[in-house]
Design a protein around this ligand. Structure first.
Ligand code: ZN
Length: 302
């Protein structure tokens, strides 16, 4: 608790300092148009869907764009596979081969440090139709960092990805899913990011066991799911052929996160079909750099 207070005060101190200064990135990417969204979503958030939901008071403002997704509500069995922490020299190309063979497009949340060392792979990911997202430069815990440091992590990674592939990510996933609500809005305002979490987590970073990875994903995946996995682990990639083929056999169609988001629409009244509990509840305390537990504070479902 004290540590939190300390962090908070540090944050305010630096925040003040930042704003007293010329504020370099201030004008960088104001949230001007929510046009950051890849497709439909930003343009047509509500026209056709007059909130059949809650007795919400008529929104006075122009329906703020949704900043964070941990899953989507879509018509049809669409699902998004996401792979974090790469690219990895051997495991990522192996996964790309599997995806290509099945004509599946996925989303890769890249770590800047690894982008620099594997630029050809980043190019290949894009060339083969997959989507890229920013997963920080060195995988720190953003929730305990000040804005200036988080900005640096994100900007360096944006630059590296753009340099390697010509594509500038519009999606961001905080390491461990650790990001405060304020930070989510901040990142959206600063970079135009949509923050992407997940609802299916096989904890493949923790259990390096292909059989388990497969079982956990197949157990939890539902229509609209965003599946978290890590292409830096051999065991995860080993699990993929069966995961992908089984999901396909069940009727799932694979799309990128942006495509899934573009199909997202508000749930029509309570049909409380609780998909297996919204997973992430592991405890935060990220320690190792590899991929500790996703912070709990993260995936809050709308
Ligand atoms: Zn990660």
């Amino acid at each position: 608790m004290h540590r939190l207070l300390f962090a908070v005060s540090i944050f305010f101190a630096s925040f003040a300092a930042l704003h007293a200064a010329p504020a370099p990135a201030e004008g960088a990417a104001p949230s001007s148009p929510p046009a950051t969204e890849p497709s439909g979503k930003s343009a047509t958030p509500s026209p056709s869907t007059p909130s059949a939901d809650a007795p919400a008071t008529p929104a006075p403002t122009p329906a703020a764009p949704k900043v964070t997704y941990s899953d989507c509500h879509v018509d049809g069995q669409y699902i998004a596979m996401t792979f974090d922490d790469g690219p990895h020299k051997t495991n990522t190309p192996r996964l790309l081969d599997m995806l290509k063979e099945r004509h599946i497009h996925a989303t890769f949340f890249l770590v800047g440090e690894n982008v620099v060392d594997n630029q050809e792979i980043v190019k290949r990911i894009v060339a083969e139709g997959h989507e890229l997202g920013n997963h920080s430069w060195s995988h720190p815990n953003f929730a305990i960092m000040n804005d200036a440091s988080v900005r640096e992590q994100l900007q360096k990674t944006q630059d590296a990805i753009t340099k390697a592939s010509g594509v500038t990510p519009k999606l961001m996933r905080p390491p461990y899913g650790s990001f405060t609500t304020r930070q989510k809005n901040w990142a959206h305002g600063e970079f135009g990011f949509t923050v992407v979490l997940w609802d299916v987590d096989p904890e493949d970073w923790k259990y390096r066991n292909a059989e388990r990875v497969k079982r956990e994903i197949l157990k939890a995946a539902v229509s609209g799911s965003i599946v978290l996995s890590h292409d830096i682990h051999k065991t995860t990639v080993d699990a993929m052929p069966e995961v992908l083929d089984t999901l396909a056999a069940r009727g799932f169609k694979f799309v990128t996160v942006s495509q899934l988001i573009s199909m997202d629409h508000p749930k029509v009244k309570a049909t409380p079909v609780p998909k297996a509990s919204p997973v992430p509840k592991a405890d935060s305390a990220p320690t190792a750099k590899t991929e500790p537990a996703p912070a709990p504070a993260a995936p809050s479902k709308p």
